[in-house]
Design a protein around this ligand. Sequence first.
Ligand code: HEM
Length: 459
Amino acid sequence: MAAERATMKKFKGDPEIAKALQEMRSRESAMSRLLMAFIGTGIFFMVFPGTLLGVWNLLQISGKEQGGAISASWVQAHGHAQVFGWIGSFLLGIGFYSIPKLKESAAKMIRAAWACWALWTLGVSLRWVSSVYLIEWRRLVPLGGALELTAFLIFFSIVSGHRPKDNPQSGLEPWVWVVMTATFGFLFSLVGNLVESIRVARHGTDPAFPHGFDQRYLALLGWGFLVPFVWGFSAKWMRVFLGLPALRRKYLKVTVACNLAGVGIALAGWFVAATALFLIAACLSIAAIRIFERNVQEPKTKGIHKSFPVFVRLAYVWLLIAASLGLAGNWLDTSGGFWGASRHALTVGFIATMVLAVGQRILPAFAGMRVLWSPRLMFAGLFLLTIGCSLRVSCEVLAYQGYAAWAWRVLPVSALVELTALSVFAANLVCTFVLQPSHAVNEPMMVALPQIATLGESR
Ligand code: HEM
């Protein structure tokens, strides 16, 4: 630190260095603003079009005591807002932020990234409003899909122009491969959504995708897009964050191969084989990332709640539950209870728990070197999500399948607990962005110090 201060003092008056630093600062803050726009949009879609509609749907289903007794358009509008509006916006924002090239040749690419944000937000909004209120849906549902796909293609063209750093001995890092398959899963999900939206607009009676297509499409969304993203980020970050032993690279490759085979087979409609492969892939991913193994270094929990490693591991327990319920559903499901429970063990238990845990770990730092507003709220959100999801998954099987009538009365409680959990998460992130000071001003200085020193000494 003393050496850094001395370097700063030595080159403080140099105009060239001052200009370079100024450019670095404004680039960094432009990147943070972009990231916060994507995250803010994701939070909005999560709370209002996503979770509130999900809660409303569940209250209606519980009132009628029958799964599937409500509008399929509303159910799908909820799913679309959560998967694309929330998770999709978060992924695009983090994706743009992580591209080093974007940090270097900034201005033009940042403009393209803002165009992507605008088209994405408009596309997801049009899709939701037209599916829920049935306003001009034959035109607006496909238009929403087209805007989403265009926004993604802007992102894709920028990302594919960037080559990740590779390892001279072994090529690309294994986590990069996993994230690449997830990115293609994202792309195919958007293409599938657009094609089916056009078909439904021309031949359907309402905006809902037919049940047969929707089941296959959900397998693609869940296992082809969302799950591999979490595996990729886990492979990249969990060794450091949780202090785990080194990744088993070969296992990770087999995980991805097994999972891709599962997605392909599910799209062909062979669910028994597909769900068996998903369960095998889930077990292999756990062995590859070594998530349940004893840590060899201290977990990195500075600035966040100490329970972080517990919740990350719990998310992987949910992954196993989701895959097992999916497999069991092939024989036991009579009214959507097993499929629905499996889907929510995956989306809420695995995906949302990971986003709440890892999001609060990384996003404050990405958004202008801030510190999380409240580690206690982080714990409260994750704890409530775990309770809500446990009630939901267990009671969905019991109630929908007709095993226990009392479970219908628990489902609305589970929805309200999950709603509170996600609202607490949203509040903590918003307070972090709005109330916490940004330390980004000093950050470029620290990053730049080695270059400044060489620049100054070479003259
Ligand atoms: C408060 C939390 C939530 C509640 C109350 C809720 C409620 C519901 C309900 C009632 C359904 C209808 C199917 C069924 O009966 O199981 C459903 C479907 C679905 N939900 Fe959720 N949900 C919540 C959170 C989430 C999250 C966080 C995600 C994704 C990240 C998600 C994604 C989906 C998807 C993809 C579907 C299927 C849509 C379709 O059939 O196409 N949900 N949800």
